[in-house]
Design a protein around this ligand. Structure first.
Ligand SMILES: C[C@@]1(CC(=O)O)c2cc3[nH]c(cc4nc(cc5[nH]c(cc(n2)[C@H]1CCC(=O)O)[C@@](C)(CC(=O)O)[C@@H]5CCC(=O)O)C(CC(=O)O)=C4CCC(=O)O)c(CCC(=O)O)c3CC(=O)O
Ligand SMILES: NC(=O)C1=CN([C@@H]2O[C@H](COP(=O)(O)OP(=O)(O)OC[C@H]3O[C@@H](n4cnc5c(N)ncnc54)[C@H](O)[C@@H]3O)[C@@H](O)[C@H]2O)C=CC1
Length: 156
């Protein structure tokens, strides 16, 4: 796997699931695109995003065919059988992130370190990956680096 920084404007992104993890993914995505969210039940945050037109909401369980037009797919339901079905329905030309099982993903999210804290004029993004194997470690490194950057900034 190689890292890519992707412009998601005008990309068709679909998120299956509307719980805690789906909400985290959608909040990150919604700054660049209007993701389609498919789930029978959703968090209050997603309800608000739908009310404000920031996401396209389909309030029902996943059905085969739902991801046909998607370019990028996030699978984040709490039902393992559904997650597996969506994964099987995805074509090999689609980018798929199964948040419940990293072996089934062909791309991953990375832990990010906020950037303007490094320098006031130049934006820098530091992203951390453990190739899907240890997200807790990614989060730990993110927290360490964020603290380090804040310290650095305070000295400037
Ligand atoms: C493959 C990946 C999916 C993807 O691509 O998204 C993935 C997969 C899984 N995560 C799991 C668990 C947790 N993940 C976190 C946290 C984060 N996970 C993130 C990324 C990724 N997680 C991708 C790989 C990243 C890499 O390569 O390092 C971060 C970095 C970014 C983000 O998600 O935005 C974000 C931290 C940053 C932030 O918080 O800002 C925490 C801690 C917490 O939530 O506090 C826990 C609880 C741990 C515990 O319980 O000990 C499980 C088991 C689920 C289960 O067993 O049910 C799986 C499934 C599996 O491992 O297969
Ligand atoms: N990548 C990551 O960082 C992490 C991933 N996970 C994984 O994420 C998955 C979801 O976890 P949470 O969001 O905490 O669960 P949750 O219980 O908060 O939400 C589950 C969501 O799945 C939806 N859902 C259930 N059946 C569905 C169907 N047939 N079609 C569409 N949506 C359906 C529900 O309506 C609900 O919105 C779990 O499988 C877990 O393994 C868990 C922790 C961290």
């Amino acid at each position: 796997m190689i890292p890519l920084l992707v412009d998601l404007h005008k990309k068709a992104v679909t998120v299956i699931g509307g719980g805690k993890i789906a909400t985290r993914k959608v909040l990150r995505l919604a700054s660049e695109t209007r993701p389609k969210v498919i789930a029978p039940e959703i968090t209050e945050t997603l309800q608000n995003l739908a009310l404000n037109g920031k996401i396209e909401l389909i309030l029902r369980p996943y059905q085969t065919g739902d991801i046909e037009d998607a370019q990028i797919i996030y699978i984040a339901t709490s039902d393992e059988a559904v997650n597996q079905t969506v994964r099987r329905d995805a074509r090999s030309d689609q980018f798929v992130n199964d948040t419940s099982q990293h072996e089934r993903s062909n791309f991953y999210s990375m832990a990010e370190v906020e950037t303007e804290i490094l320098s006031e004029s130049d934006l820098v993004l530091i992203a951390i990956s453990t190739f899907g194997k240890n997200p807790t470690l990614s989060k730990k490194i993110q927290q360490l680096l964020t603290k380090e950057c804040l310290k650095q900034h305070a000295q400037d």
